[in-house]
Design a protein around this ligand. Structure first.
Ligand SMILES: Cc1cc2nc3c(=O)[nH]c(=O)nc-3n(C[C@H](O)[C@H](O)[C@H](O)COP(=O)(O)OP(=O)(O)OC[C@H]3O[C@@H](n4cnc5c(N)ncnc54)[C@H](O)[C@@H]3O)c2cc1C
Length: 312
């Protein structure tokens, strides 16, 4: 099943079988489903370009996906790894997913709890991988809702733009301003597809941020402290902590701009493995292996790749 192909590493030998590209279009007219009229349900075809949908939602003043601006790929791809960025994940707004169940041979509507969303995971890329073809995704957004500003980079962006409250009152940025800010920040990190920018020829972040239990985190923090370092981390579910994969990569001897033949690390983002020219899939996988090995040697953590490997 192919959406936009933005999260795939395809083997040099290709894929010996049928590839189905999902091209189901259509964004339904917003339906209001609460008494106050603020909640708006969008039913979006799996083949719709994700960022086109975000742009439409923002243009209609509907909050909930503005921080996910600029992510490449299709709407149908978003539930698969519970796409997330800048403080939002699609699981925050998905109400249900309409899919063809290949096991039962019928169309089903999976309500959000049935999708098993977690960090970069859902039933679609774990327990039920390959079972469902996602046809439409229903998102519940909030008309007139405030833009989300949870992420430090975003807060910093607006703190710089609005250093002082205007007439004692700080005007919150609009959804459109947050969308533009996210796209600008993504661009500066090579995370927006921009023609001619070699640093964005990647599959996005190649490694997930490791989620550690308390004992593992304490051990890692102690190892970092012994070197006079502090590892960036964030709270995760159930007394767990998510640590920065980018930090681990950069503190294991791999800098931004690192080159390994035709493959390399983006100059703008330590987690983006880029094609520097005519890299083959094997070059990218060789670099991935080298980084995983280096991080494991230095910190005892095996980084899990984020993209989907096809034909390996
Ligand atoms: C520059 C760049 C930046 C990125 N930034 C982010 C980011 O900030 N956050 C993030 O989470 N991801 C990010 N990604 C990864 C990627 O954009 C997302 O995972 C995206 O949702 C993938 O969608 P796609 O349509 O391209 O899926 P594809 O790459 O085509 O497929 C990915 C997986 O989903 C399955 N799939 C796709 N469509 C369907 C369907 N309709 N039914 C069933 N299965 C399906 C495929 O079989 C495959 O297993 C980035 C990628 C790039 C290149």
């Amino acid at each position: 099943m192919l959406g936009g192909g933005s999260n795939l590493v395809i083997a040099d030998g290709g894929w010996p079988g049928l590839v189905v590209r999902i091209a189901i279009g259509g964004i339904s007219s917003p339906a209001t489903n609460d008494a106050a009229g603020n909640a708006v349900l969008f039913s979006v075809g799996a083949g719709v370009d994700w960022d086109d949908f975000v742009a439409q939602a923002v243009a209609q003043n509907c909050a909930g996906v503005e921080c996910l601006s600029g992510i490449p790929g299709s709407v149908g791809g978003t539930p698969v790894q519970n796409v997330g960025a800048y403080g939002q994940e699609v699981s925050g707004t998905i109400e249900s997913v309409r899919a063809l169940d290949l096991k039962e041979d019928r169309i089903v509507v999976l309500p959000k709890p049935a999708c098993g969303f977690r960090y970069r995971a859902s039933i679609f890329n774990t327990t039920e991988r390959g079972r469902y073809i996602i046809l439409r995704v229903n998102y519940r957004l909030k008309r007139g809702g405030a833009a989300s500003l949870k992420y430090a980079d975003l807060q910093k962006h607006f703190a710089e733009r609005f250093p002082e409250p205007v007439a004692g009152k700080k005007t919150p940025p609009s959804l459109a301003e947050v969308r533009e800010a996210v796209r600008a920040i993504r661009r500066s990190k090579g995370m927006l597809l921009v023609a001619g920018d070699a640093d964005c020829r990647s599959a996005g972040s190649f490694f997930k941020n490791p989620v550690l239990d308390e004992a593992q985190f304490k051990d890692l923090a102690a190892r970092a402290a012994a070197q006079g370092l502090e590892i960036p981390s964030y709270p995760a579910l159930d007394a767990q902590r998510k640590v920065s994969a980018a930090w681990l990569v950069e503190h294991s001897g791999f800098c931004k701009g690192y080159a390994r033949g035709a493959a390399g690390i983006s100059h703008k983002h330590a987690l983006a493995l880029i094609n520097r020219g005519d890299a083959k899939a094997s070059d990218i996988v060789g670099l991935k292996d080298e980084i995983q090995h280096g991080v494991q040697e230095a910190w005892g953590i095996l980084l899990a790749p984020e993209p989907v490997f096809v034909g390996f």
